[in-house]
Structure formats: C-alpha cells, structure tokens
Write a protein that binds this ligand. Structure first.
Ligand SMILES: Nc1nc(=O)c2c([nH]1)NC[C@@H]1CN(c3ccc(C(=O)N[C@@H](CCC(=O)O)C(=O)O)cc3)C=[N+]21
Length: 296
C-alpha cells in the first residue's frame, strides 16, 4: 500500500485563489489588508518563513510591511515596534516571528488581540478554550484544513497528537475536541510512558515534537493518516518527525516539506483577510484602547 499524499502546496494554491477574490472585494470597499512581520535576528529558517509570508501576501494583493531587528535587540526595542504596529492603520494584522529569545508571553500579550494574526494572544487563546470566535493559531487549523480537504474523517476519529507546544500541540488538542471537529484526542508528550501504544490505536497521528524519525512504521496502524509537523533542521535541511517507511503503512501522509508548512501560511493569509473583514465591518482599524475607566 502506498499512502495518499496530503498535499499542502496544492491546498495553499487553492486557498490563495479564494482569498485573492476576498481581498479584491475588500479593496473595492476601500479596505486594504496589510500584514506586518517582526523578525529579531538573522536565523536562516526564520528569515525564510518571513520572506515566504511577504511573497504570499504580494501574490494575493495583501500589502505587507516588515520590521527586521538585529540579533541582540532588547525586550523594550521589540515592544516599541509592537506598539508602533498596533498604532499603524496600514497594518491590519501582524506577528512577531518566534523564537525571539525574549519574553515571548510579554510580546504576545502586547499585540492588539484584533491584530493578532497568529491567534496566540492570551485573549484569543482564551476565546478558543471558551468556545468564542477569535483568530485561531495557524498551524493547528492548517492541520484540520488539510485533513478536511482530503476527506479524512475527523468526527469520531481517535487522534494522537504528539507534542504539547503553544503553537501546535496544545491548541490542536483544543481545536480537534470542539463540537465542530468532534475528534477524540490523546495528547502525548515527553512524559508519555509508551508512545507507540498510543499511536498504534490512532486513526490520525499528528506529530509536532521536532524529533527526527520519532514516528516509525511499526508505530502506525495500517491505513491511518499521519501528519508531520516536525521542523528540526539536520545539515540545513528540514527533518520531520516521521520516518520515510511510514508511507508504506499509512493511508494518508503529509510530506514535509510540502505538507503542513504551506497550510500554515495559507491559514496565516486567511487570518489576515478575516481580520481586515472584521475591522471593515466594525468601521475601520482597531484603535488603541483608552486606559482603564476612572474609578468612581
Ligand atoms: N509568530 C510565529 N508564527 C508562525 O507561524 C511561526 C513562527 N512564529 N515561528 C516558526 C514557525 C514555523 N512556521 C512555518 C511556516 C511555513 C513553513 C513552510 O511553508 N515550509 C515549507 C518549506 C520550508 C523549507 O524548505 O525550508 C514546506 O513545508 O513546504 C514552515 C514553517 C511558522 N512559524
């Protein structure tokens, strides 16, 4: 058996076509979506992702602005740039590329929630827990969208997520257990006693551990869907979590590169367009909230 490919590049291309139409409609109303990126330092991987995001935006008519700061920039310097983008009406949504090596929580918390294109602001993550509409983290939604576009049944499925990180595993567990997805999720991590015992029972395995070749063929139930979200680097090349021989037993497999990575970018673009649509509906870009109400 050879697994069907969960093709993220094709998904990205289709979603770009759909979004280009929505961007055109916004522009006809006089609304110009604009993505800001903040990059600290010159890590080649992070630089590649940020460049790719700007190329993607240009292709579908989204304006973009970048703020590249030198390695060794301070917390205060990064926060000053966040404040600047919060106040810039041309920037309808933005992100600070991780990792920064700084206090990530303070940076995420400082972005206006309405401009948070990563869905990682505490208010937006809180909305996910509470079941309220809000921007969602791009990689987990990319995983769900990739499954949906290939008709992999998620409702009722046993899903094993490997990894409890803020950007993938933790929010993916929350998203998959919503009523709209209705999966049964087992969230595995470095404290899991017998990982293979869990993955062997799964209809869908999503590995986001960053450990090359963590998931091997003997750990996968024949016919299962296996999604590789690992982005470790070995000799400058991406090394996923999923070993090559898994393709011989899996029913579906996401290549890496070419799987979840491009879908992450597609969901980022979707979040930019949706933020601009919401801001247009609310009558303009969000303003900086006035300070706390005076106490009586
Ligand atoms: N604030 C923030 N938001 C992010 O969304 C964010 C981040 N920080 N930090 C790092 C991770 C990683 N990430 C990827 C995006 C696209 C690909 C992607 O498109 N990769 C291509 C090729 C990559 C290559 O060949 O180097 C692929 O998988 O086909 C991968 C990884 C977004 N991240």
């Amino acid at each position: 058996m050879t697994a069907q490919i969960l093709d993220g590049k094709a998904g990205l291309a289709t979603i770009k076509e759909e979004l280009a139409l929505r961007v055109r409609a916004l522009r006809e109303q006089g609304v110009r979506p604009g993505l800001g990126t903040v990059l600290v330092g010159d890590d080649p991987g992070s630089t590649w992702y940020v460049n790719a995001k700007h190329r993607d935006c240009a292709e579908i008519g989204i304006e973009s602005m970048r703020r590249d700061l030198p390695a060794g920039s301070t917390q205060a310097e990064v926060e000053a740039v966040v404040d600047e983008l919060n106040g810039d009406d041309a920037c309808t949504a933005f992100l600070v590329q991780q990792p920064t090596g700084l206090d990530e929580f303070a940076i995420l918390s400082r972005v206006l929630p309405e401009k948070d294109v990563d869905g990682l602001h505490p208010v937006n993550l809180g909305s996910l827990v509470l079941g309220r509409a809000a921007p969602l983290p791009c990689t987990p939604v990319g995983v769900v969208e990739l499954l949906r576009r290939h008709d992999v049944e998620v409702a009722g499925a046993e899903v094993v997520v490997v990894g409890r990180g803020l950007t993938v595993g933790r929010p993916l567990g929350l998203i998959l257990t919503r009523r709209s997805e209705n999966a049964t999720v087992t969230l595995c991590h470095t404290g899991t006693r017998d990982l293979a015992a869990h993955t062997r029972r799964a209809d869908i395995v999503v590995s986001a551990a960053g450990v090359p070749d963590l998931v091997t063929a003997d750990m996968v139930r024949p016919g299962a869907a296996v999604l590789d979200v690992g982005v470790a680097r070995v000799d400058g090349k991406i090394a996923g979590d999923v070993a090559a021989d898994v393709a011989e037993v899996a029913g579906w497999i996401s290549p890496n590169p070419g799987g979840v990575g491009p879908m992450t970018r597609a969901m980022l673009l979707t979040n930019v367009v949706e933020a601009a649509e919401r801001q247009a509906a609310a009558g303009g870009a969000p303003s900086i909230p006035a300070g706390p109400a005076p106490t009586p």
